[in-house]
Design a protein around this ligand. Structure first.
Ligand SMILES: [Zn+2]
Length: 382
């Protein structure tokens, strides 16, 4: 990974480059950014730059043997820690291979995505992981100028692991750089945070997401780059997932769901609750997130009719038509209900009950609007 492959964040890249030029490379950096931001790719590019044999102005060369092995996460001076299954039969080498293979394909991966790969509800980094890596660093000879330990999601360190890491940070080995890549720095113990140089990595802009999409997916319909970038809300992982869907997978389900809610067809709604229940939890959450985006888009479309021109054709038509039948405050209420439902799913609520209940609440909300229109028409006719 090179700095030039990551759009934006120039100020931060320049700061890192200056640290190297002045010989003031810190022993620990904490890069905090939301899921799908550039926090991990920037750490990866910095590690590549630190050990590049022939750096060019402001970036690694990308061609030397160090850069080539960094690109594969195979450099002997680069160690990587990430959340793993709490229990299991996987060896460390197997876990590393799976993670690195996935990371090469999905450089903006999120914890949620990774846990879906692991088929786990949670993952952690243990004291044994920290010990193994610090020992390896101590024994191994240097190949490049720096040894680098990249910890993806230090918020997943359990207590014993956090204390073990703290000990190492208190007496950092020479020419060793810790790159801590976090999405939730408030969950990291303050003593680790205070021993690191902390940087906030903001989400990508819509333009940057479009740029990443154009590079990664050359065969999309021209209008989809902008549409996906709009829906991704600065999250590159989400943008890539949307791009990989041939057609928006959730659109048909969502539009028929809203139709059944609007017509108060409870038989169909119960049936839909059953099929929702059968989906894996990740897809249930994806569906709710998709529904939230489309409802937000409907609000935007009602307030500013040019907005929906940037979305997919079917979604745009749906959004315009649905927008004619609901008020902005009803949309806000539905969004509130969906957010609540999402939180319930996070706590492993029974999906069928949750979805059936949600459908009834939305149908009742929409009915209220229909009744008020009817009442208004009747009073006019009097
Ligand atoms: Zn190089």
């Amino acid at each position: 990974m090179l700095f030039s492959e990551i759009p934006e964040h120039n100020e931060f890249k320049n700061a890192l480059i200056r640290h190297v030029a002045l010989g003031r490379v810190g022993h620990a950096y904490l890069l905090v950014g939301p899921p799908g931001s550039a926090n991990l790719t920037l750490a990866w590019a910095f590690a590549t730059y630190l050990n590049c044999t022939f750096p060019i102005e402001g970036d690694a060369c990308g061609n030397c043997s160090s850069c080539k092995s960094m690109a594969q996460w195979a450099h002997p001076d680069l160690q990587l820690l990430f959340p793993k299954k709490a229990t299991g039969t996987q060896t460390e080498a197997e876990a590393q291979t799976i993670f690195k293979n996935y990371l090469r394909q999905h450089p903006f991966l999120t914890l949620e995505e990774w846990l879906a790969v692991l088929e786990q509800g949670s993952g952690q980094i243990t004291k044994q992981d920290i010990h193994a890596i610090t020992q390896r660093i101590a024994i191994q000879a240097f190949i490049g100028p720096y040894k680098i330990i990249c910890i993806w999601l230090p918020e997943c360190l359990n207590n014993a692991a956090a204390n073990a890491l703290l000990k190492t940070l208190e007496e950092p080995p020479a020419r060793t750089v810790f790159l801590l890549v976090s999405c939730a720095s408030e969950k990291i113990i303050p003593t680790i945070r205070s021993r690191s140089q902390q940087y906030y990595i903001p989400p990508f802009s819509k333009e940057a997401i479009e740029q990443l999409l154009r590079k990664q997916y050359t065969a999309l319909d021209a209008h989809r780059y902008g549409a996906i970038a709009f829906l991704a809300e600065g999250d590159a992982s989400k943008a890539f997932q949307l791009a990989e869907q041939a057609a928006p997978a959730h659109f048909d389900d969502f539009s028929s769901w809203m139709r059944h809610c609007y017509s108060g067809n409870f038989t169909k709604l119960i049936k839909q609750s059953e099929s929702f229940h059968k989906l894996p939890i990740k897809e249930q959450k994806d569906f709710l997130r998709y529904a939230l985006q489309l409802l937000r888009m409907t609000i935007l479309g009602k307030c500013n009719p040019t907005v929906s021109d940037t979305t997919l054709a079917d979604e745009s038509t749906f959004s315009k038509n649905f927008g004619l039948h609901v008020t902005v405050s009803q949309l806000h209420l539905i969004i509130h209900l969906l957010n609540q439902a999402y939180a319930h799913l996070e706590r492993y609520a029974h999906a069928k009950m949750m979805f059936a209940n949600l459908s009834i609440q939305i149908a009742t909300l929409l009915k209220a609007k229909q009744l008020s229109i009817l009442g208004h028409a009747l009073s006019k006719n009097k």
